[in-house]
Design a protein around this ligand. Structure first.
Ligand code: FAD
Length: 503
């Protein structure tokens, strides 16, 4: 007999040979048929099962509510699918992924139940292992002090930890990963594949806006491929690039480093200042002594000529000679007393960087005095060959002078404008202040040794002459002009050509 185009008995053969444990029961779940796969899974021979209730397989670990749900579905003539804990003939447990379907007759009445199940113990074990590992990884990642995020190749954060979420809140929902990657100029989009290299401990400063100081982060990134989970990719094994980004905050460390660096700079500059001032003072003193010695020398020579003509008394000449000799000796002593200048090899100097250092060194004073610093740095300013400590000291002197000048003005707006620029093949630096300014008649004198308007304030008047010597030694110039801020502008320029040649 042929049924629906199928040979008679084909259904039975199909069920018999099926790899799925299949059973047919009456309405009370008493077994009337099992296939060989059922025997393989449960360990029971058909003869041991026929007439027995399916509950024979129950391990009694499945909650009653599950059976109630199962039977409730069956009574509604609906299929039921779920997982039960079963026990084999040898007593071992297994998880049965079971589907039960009511079998209806022509009148639509349920006459039997068809049960099909497979052992999913191993699969469940793997799923649980995976879940456990996931839970473990998530817990570890979550308690990690550093912020961790995984980004897909569209730049979307697919996974993050608590520290990252905290960072997100701190940055008012601006995605921290994007802020950091933008700073690092790292592209997550697929077309930038060739540039996708892992990176370690790259330091980034993120501006917090307003008057808040930037926060510093050390960032590492690892690119990895994640297999596409979709069915259509089962045979193609499509992979999508992801970036694991690990962000550690180092603001505290940076502040400490900054403080140590500032202290070191202060120590070096203070030592250098003492040496330079002493040298300038001795130079100035020698210069002032040189004038009477020169006069004495001229007078002595003149008298000697007269003596030749019999017009001068030799004892007077002797006295003058002695005085001249003492003067020369004093000059030699002054010269030999000059402390040796700290030797410093010329290096590539970035004047922007030196000015930044100077601002950092003056930070506390600037804030105490309520001074606004308008810092206009020329982006990409070329470096020049020079003695960085000498130049740093000179720039600090000029900024200190501007701050000193502003203390002489009570109240009002206090501002220092620092500007670097590159023009006419010159690197130029402008340091302008809103101080009281310098009267025209004094402008020539301010670069002279011992000239000071701050008498009685422990000022030797050697600051500007020292600055000028340093700048001249670097082939540069310094001069003073009026500032639109109300005070003066110290203008410095250094030849770029020399710097390039030397470089
Ligand atoms: P039971 O007293 O048998 O039943 C527990 C609850 O189920 C009761 O509270 C009752 O409300 C409900 N219930 C039981 N029988 C009926 C019924 N005839 N009509 C309405 N409600 C009922 N169980 C397994 O543990 N493992 C299996 O592999 C398995 N395969 C099955 C295959 C088929 C085709 C069918 C129809 C049932 C299968 N069952 C299986 C269910 C099984 O028949 C039992 O219901 C179950 O094992 C619970 O048995 P029990 O003796 O612990 O409790």
């Amino acid at each position: 007999m042929i049924m629906n185009g199928l040979p008679n008995g084909l259904y039975f053969q199909v069920v018999e040979q099926s790899a799925i444990a299949t059973s047919i029961t009456d309405l009370s779940a008493n077994i009337i048929y099992v296939n060989p796969a059922f025997t393989r899974v449960t360990g029971y021979q058909p003869v041991e099962l026929l007439g027995q209730n399916q509950s024979l397989l129950s391990d009694k670990k499945t909650p009653t509510v599950v059976y109630q749900a199962l039977w409730s579905r069956l009574q509604q003539k609906k299929n039921w699918s779920g997982v039960l804990v079963n026990r084999r003939k040898d007593g071992t447990r297994y998880l049965a992924d079971l589907t039960i379907a009511p079998v209806l007759n022509d009148q639509g009445e349920v006459t039997h139940y068809l049960g099909m199940h497979r052992d999913v113990t191993e699969l469940h074990g793997l799923e649980q292992q995976l879940l456990n590992q996931k839970t473990l990884i998530e817990s570890v990642v979550n308690i990690a002090p550093m912020a961790i995020a995984v980004l897909n190749d569209k730049g979307k954060v697919e996974l993050d930890n608590l520290a990252y979420k905290a960072l997100l809140a701190d940055f008012k929902n601006r995605e921290p990963a994007h802020l950091i990657l933008d700073q690092l100029k790292i592209d997550v989009l697929p077309q930038a594949d060739s540039k996708k290299k892992d990176f370690t401990a790259l330091e980034v400063a993120i501006d917090q806006g307003g008057k808040k100081k930037p926060r510093w982060f050390s960032c590492s990134g690892i690119w990895f491929d994640e297999s596409d989970e979709r069915a259509e990719s089962f045979f193609e094994r499509n992979k999508a690039r992801h970036l694991l980004l690990v962000i550690s905050e180092i603001t505290g460390l940076k502040a400490h480093e900054h403080a140590v660096r500032c202290n070191t700079m202060r120590t070096i500059l203070a030592k250098q200042e003492v040496v330079q001032s002493l040298r300038e003072i001795l130079n100035g003193a020698a210069y002032q002594l040189q004038v009477p010695v020169n006069v004495l020398s001229a007078v002595t020579n003149m008298l000697k000529q007269r003596e030749d003509k019999g017009g001068c008394n030799s004892s007077m000449l002797e006295a003058l000679d002695q005085a001249l000799d003492s003067g020369r000796k004093a000059l030699a002593t002054l010269d030999s007393s000059k402390p040796t200048i700290l030797t410093e090899a010329p290096v590539d100097v970035d004047l922007n960087e030196l000015l930044r250092d100077v601002i950092a060194l003056s930070e506390e004073r600037v804030s105490d005095m309520g001074v606004v610093i308008d810092w206009q740095q020329f982006e990409g300013l070329p470096t020049m060959k020079g003695q960085q400590w000498q130049l740093r000291g000179a720039l600090k002197q000029l900024v200190d002078n501007a701050l000193d000048a502003m203390t002489q003005v009570d109240g009002g707006h206090r501002e220092i404008q620092l500007k670097t620029e590159l023009c006419d093949d010159m690197i130029k630096v402008h340091i302008c202040d809103s101080g009281p300014g310098i009267p025209d008649e004094l402008r020539r004198s301010i670069f002279e040794p011992f000239f000071t308007t701050k008498r009685g304030e422990s000022s030797a008047g050697m600051g500007l002459p020292t600055c000028q010597s340093v700048i001249r030694e670097h082939g540069g110039m310094i001069w003073v002009e009026n500032s639109i801020l109300g005070g003066i502008c110290m203008r410095l320029q250094f030849p770029l050509v020399d710097a390039e040649k030397q470089g």
